[in-house]
Each structure stands twice: as C-alpha cells, then as structure tokens.
Design a protein around this ligand. Sequence first.
Ligand code: ADE
Length: 262
Amino acid sequence: MARHGDRSEDAVVSQPQDRPISTIVIIIAMQTEALPLVNKLQLTEDLEPVFPKGVPWVRYHGAYKDLNINLIWPGKDLALGVDSVGTVSASLVTYASIEALKPDLIINAGTAGAFKAKGAAVGDVFVASDCAFHDRRIPIPVFDMYGVGLRQASSTPNLVNELNLKVGKLSTGDSLDMSPQDEASIIANDATIKDMEGAAVAYVADLLKVPAIFVKAVTDIVDGEKPTAEEFLQNLATVTAALDQAVTQVIDFINGKCLSEL
Ligand code: ADE
C-alpha cells in the first residue's frame, strides 16, 4: 500500500503540458506595438497594479475566449519618456510578471531586424526556435557560452504550420545598430532575426521554468543598404499591424489547447 505522500501508480498527476493553457503573459517592449493589440483583445489597464509602486511597467488584462490574457509593456523611461526597450527592462518585467501572475505561457512579441541572406523580408513574421545574445563577449572558457546564453523556445510545430509562420533563430543585444563584432556573433549564432529583448525573456522564463515563445515581425533588413534606424521608423506602423494580426492568430490557435498540442 502506498504511504501518505507516495505517488501510487493509479494516482494521475495532471502536468501543465496536459491541461489547456489558461493564463498568458505577453511581453511587448514598445507602446506602438502594444496598443493596437490591447484594443483588439479589448484589454483594460490594471487599476490595482501587481507591480511595485513607482515603476513605469503597465499591465493590460482581460478575458479573451477561454484565456486570461495579460499584456505587459515596460512603459516609458521615467527620466527620458521613451519606451523602456532592451534586455534590462525585459528581464525585470518578465520576472515580476511570472512572480505576480504565474502564467502557463509567455509570449514575447515585437519587431525585429532580419537578414535577407537568410531569406527574410520586411513584413515577415517569425517564430524563434532559439534565442541567444550577441553582445556579451567573454573570451574565457565556459564564460563564453554563458555570455551567448543560448536557450530554446518552446516547440510549436503545429502552430507554425497552421499559421504559416517562418521559423528562425533569434539573436538579442542592447543596440539597434550592428557593430562588426555584433555581426560576427550574430552569424556565429546562426540567427535570422535580431532584436533587443528575446534572449533576456528566454533567460528568465527558463530560470523560472515557464514555457516561452517569441513572435517577431521584421521592420528592417540588417544586411541591406538602408540605415537601420531610418528603415525601422519608416516601417514600424505597417509592420506593427502585421505583428498584431499574427499575435491574434497565435492566441486564437492557443485557445483551448495544451502546451503539447502547440
Ligand atoms: N527591432 C527592430 N529592428 C531591430 C534591429 N535591427 N535590431 C534590434 N532590434 C530591432
């Protein structure tokens, strides 16, 4: 006879993989990217903040179909008034959101640069298979791998097939431009897409064992002729529309499914 606390053979323990996903946290760095989705999903801004007093982080939330959706935007930098982009804010809001909301799944959505040499074009929407950093160079054995910080995204073969999304590796750094050293690291990472948050979100999600997926829409071609900042700003509005449409499709696909069905 099984003692109290033993897991007997017929005691079925429901794994998170085997029950429908219920609570989702969507992390989006820029207000321009976030607000159309907030409106589309009819989310409302939190009136009783789950985050520490004084931080600029914003939670929009609501019920959508069978899902409890939380869209987290790191907000505007308190001193400069611009979006809090980059890895520091991304990791902080990911940590705080997981602690406060205990999500079944994290979706990091945003715009990205991409390589035409890898078959990418402006307006493409990618799901990242892996995330790594390209600006944490530590040329000492093992620290070098720690710096790269490679992490796999949750596997979503059915989702990418059904929604016809491209799949590629994502490389993350804290600069919009690309120095020659960054370029060498991105190539070493075998990346197709380049952003400023993904690997940081992946690090925290992995640390706290929450599955995470990465949906990135391409605003600029980093191995093209146009200056990155110019091309990014030029395409931001139209590509954001493509991103929001893809994220909505991703959420519709997730609704009612378990992680293992994605
Ligand atoms: N977001 C959009 N374009 C980007 C780029 N080229 N690098 C990093 N993040 C981006």
